[in-house]
Design a protein around this ligand. Structure first.
Ligand SMILES: NC(=O)c1ccc[n+]([C@@H]2O[C@H](COP(=O)([O-])OP(=O)(O)OC[C@H]3O[C@@H](n4cnc5c(N)ncnc54)[C@H](OP(=O)(O)O)[C@@H]3O)[C@@H](O)[C@H]2O)c1
Length: 229
């Protein structure tokens, strides 16, 4: 396979939603604790999230002042020395994530220490590339207007040696992966709660696809469902 084996790992409600207040109930928090344990147990080479999830979980919406940077000479993939072997892959088409370090710093060892990789399109401000270079953050291009998921995955394996990737949301990025047909495994921790109308589904604009149950476990009323394609 010329791309990483990809596992979509998510907490869902009983009605298949992945956002909303159900996540902050005792039932939702219990499901999240199990989710983080499973994240560590998978021992993946990388986890990937969309721009919105990265902002919510790691950058807090901070953005660098690009007037301090000059446009990069040309928009080409940029690799750095000594990249390590555990990565946080940010799918950030317009280059709007503000990182204050090139590594995730988190209480959870399932995330902490991951070296950041930015996946961009050619919509990015060329000054943002200079900012990433100053931060020693590698970046790859995949697509002109929208991220081409297959191209991104090909480069993630070829350049960084990523064999096993956890796709960890949110709904929009999961949907783009699912439409590209690159989700090999689903790992769903189902909280015993329903969600609300405005909450988002596992896959925004998903398509019909068959999976086969590989494992099922429960902790009280919380389920872990594992499906393979
Ligand atoms: N339940 C769980 O386990 C779980 C896990 C993770 C996240 N979440 C939740 O999910 C929510 C965020 O999900 P979300 O769906 O709003 O956003 P998201 O999927 O995290 O990020 C969406 C953004 O990613 C960028 N993107 C990258 N590649 C793309 C592509 N191929 N096609 C389209 N957009 C692409 C776009 O950024 P631009 O807008 O900059 O173009 C897009 O708006 C949060 O509330 C978070 O808490 C839940």
């Amino acid at each position: 396979m010329n791309r990483p084996y990809t596992i979509c790992h998510m907490v869902t409600s009983l009605d298949g939603k992945v956002t909303g207040r159900f996540l902050y109930t005792p039932e939702g928090e219990k499901a999240s604790d199990w989710y983080y344990q499973l994240n560590r147990d998978y021992k993946a080479d990388a986890f990937a999230c969309g721009r919105v999830t990265m902002e919510g979980s790691f950058t807090g919406g901070w953005y660098p002042d690009l007037s301090e940077y000059v446009p990069a000479y040309s928009p080409m993939d940029y690799l750095v020395d000594d990249m390590g072997n555990f990565f946080a892959v940010a799918f950030d088409p317009h280059g709007v994530l503000g990182w204050k370090s090139n590594t995730i710093i988190d209480d959870d060892p399932g995330y902490s220490g991951a070296r950041i990789i930015e996946v961009l399109t050619h919509q990015v401000d060329l000054r943002y590339l200079h900012y990433l270079q100053v931060m020693n953050i590698p970046y790859i291009f995949a697509g002109q207007l929208e991220i081409d998921i297959e191209e991104a995955l090909f480069k993630l394996k070829a350049y960084f040696g990523i064999e096993k990737l956890l796709l960890e949301g949110g709904s929009i990025l999961n949907g783009a992966f699912q439409r590209a047909g690159v989700i090999d495994e689903l790992s769903l921790v189902v909280a015993p709660m329903t969600a609300e109308a405005e909450d988002k589904p596992l896959f925004t604009d998903g398509t019909r696809e068959k999976y086969t149950l590989a494992a099922v476990r429960h902790q009280d009323s919380t389920l872990w469902l594992n499906y393979r394609r």
